[in-house]
Write a protein that binds this ligand. Structure first.
Ligand SMILES: [Zn+2]
Length: 468
């Protein structure tokens, strides 16, 4: 048995690991590398194994850094099935179509700029919408906690990962010819022990080889119960000043978490009823999937109790879903107070840009940052206190207040990761730290050593390990 690490090691995108066992090649995730264009593009175009020889893909969840390279795998000859949970299948369809559109427009933009500069260099999108359709035809849903045979020697099942709707950890059980059983366990992205919507991750019984993410291997998040008091301060001020609150938000999970918190607070009378606009077609489509899966396996009992008492939290009287861009433009002329949730989450594109352009110069505006802002993005510049920013090539002065809520994260922090690994009894034969930057992985490895957990590896891109 062997495991090869072909992405998502020493970095947080491009999750892709190849397990070879008893004559089968099983790919765990096939994600898109993101970051600097040239480097990411080169990695995305490289398939370091023969796609046609892969027998099956097990997909942990629908974020593009975990599923975004599947259409290329299919284009390059993969003929097997891609297993995932029902909700992941529905969300992946939206994410992959969006990814194809982004790549097509990105390639067009790149080629236009290069042609203008007299360069003959052009790029092709990795895949188009037809490739996405071919890929989606291979996705098959399987329920949580149900064994699925891949052969008479290899089977797998999904566990709740508590990360986003539909997210799964993957347990692969192999019965080697030499006898006994070996269990390989891949966490995908691991959720938190306490979150607003999701149930905490399952802790498996016996694991021989663990592949665990380490995104926040070096730090702990603010506790989730601080969210409400911070939101109340921001909303009360917007009401007093008749201002607008702009929330750049990721379409999957973060938008739904914010809606749920606002709905609860309005219902309890903690904040007044003011309009909440969800201004992103992708976020609206994903929210509809949440509404269809309210009794889903991965939601927390508290969330399900709330739904049983109060009904669908994504359908309440303050909320307005804005589908068309014309409707989105009319928000510019409306007076506050109001809350606008819009994409993209790091202010790099999408409708949030026209809201920022129209409201940054007003001191009654609050920009509420609720997610990670990467270096070099407009969201990060605002978060860092820039007094002037450029949008669509024009400079805008920033008079708006910028506030950050550090409490939201769909990822386990260091204490959650340690809790998960300390709960495994007996200890795994080997732990592989994946999906984390080098410093975060090193910090987590050190923290594990302090806990007496050794036999921990930090694999590099391309490394292959024999699993006895
Ligand atoms: Zn994820």
């Amino acid at each position: 048995m062997k495991i090869g690490f072909h992405g998502g090691v020493g970095e947080v995108t491009g999750s892709r690991h190849l397990l070879e066992a008893e004559g089968l090649k099983v790919l765990l995730d096939c994600g898109l590398f993101q970051g600097h264009r040239k480097e990411a593009l080169a990695k995305n175009r490289t398939t370091p194994f023969d796609a046609a020889e892969v027998n099956a893909v097990l997909l942990s969840h629908a974020h593009v850094d975990h599923c975004g390279n599947l259409p290329l795998l299919v284009k390059r000859g993969f003929k097997g099935l891609i297993y995932c949970t029902e909700a992941t299948l529905e969300i992946a369809a939206i994410m992959l179509r969006d990814s194809a559109r982004l790549q097509e427009s990105d390639a067009k933009f790149f080629n236009k700029i290069h042609a203008r500069q007299g360069s003959a260099e052009t790029i092709e999108p990795l895949y188009d919408e037809a490739d996405v359709d071919a890929c989606l035809a291979r996705l098959v849903p399987r329920p949580y906690m149900t064994w699925v045979d891949l052969s008479d020697k290899v089977r797998f099942r999904f566990h709740n990962a508590g990360h986003v709707l539909g997210s799964a950890m993957i347990e692969v059980e192999v019965a080697p010819a030499t006898g006994g059983r070996r269990r390989v366990f891949f966490t995908g992205d691991l959720g938190r022990r306490k979150s607003l919507l999701m149930d905490p991750p399952d802790v498996p019984k016996t694991v021989d080889y663990l592949l665990i993410e380490s995104t926040y291997g070096d730090r702990n998040h603010d506790p989730v119960d601080r969210v409400e008091s911070l939101i109340k301060t921001v909303v009360d001020r917007a009401v007093a000043e008749k201002g607008k609150i702009l929330i750049p938000s990721f379409a999957l999970e973060r938008t739904q978490e914010i809606i749920f918190v606002l709905e609860k607070m309005i219902r309890r009378g903690q904040i007044p009823l003011i309009p909440v606009y969800v201004d992103s077609p992708m976020a609206i489509n994903i929210t509809e999937i949440f509404s269809r899966h309210l009794d889903g396996f991965s939601f927390s009992p508290e969330f399900k109790d709330y739904v049983a008492r109060e009904g669908d939290p994504f359908d309440f009287k303050a909320i307005r879903y804005v589908r068309t861009s014309e409707e989105s433009q009319t928000l510019n002329d409306k007076k506050g107070p109001m809350i606008i949730l819009s994409a993209s989450g790091m202010c790099e594109g999408g409708r949030i840009l026209h809201h920022l352009r129209n409201n940054l110069d007003k001191d009654t505006t609050t920009i509420l940052i609720v997610g990670y802002q990467a270096q070099g993005t407009l969201g990060r510049r605002l978060q860092d206190g820039a007094k002037k920013v450029k949008i669509f090539g024009l400079e805008h002065e920033v008079w708006a207040r910028v506030e950050t809520l550090y409490t939201f994260s769909a990822h386990a922090d260091q204490s959650d990761l340690l809790w998960f690994m300390k709960s495994l009894d007996p200890r795994p034969r080997k732990i592989f730290l994946v999906h984390g930057d080098p410093d975060d992985r090193a910090a987590l490895k050190q923290a594990l050593r302090v806990e007496g957990i050794t036999r921990v590896e930090c694999p590099d891109y391309g490394d292959v390990f024999d699993l006895a």
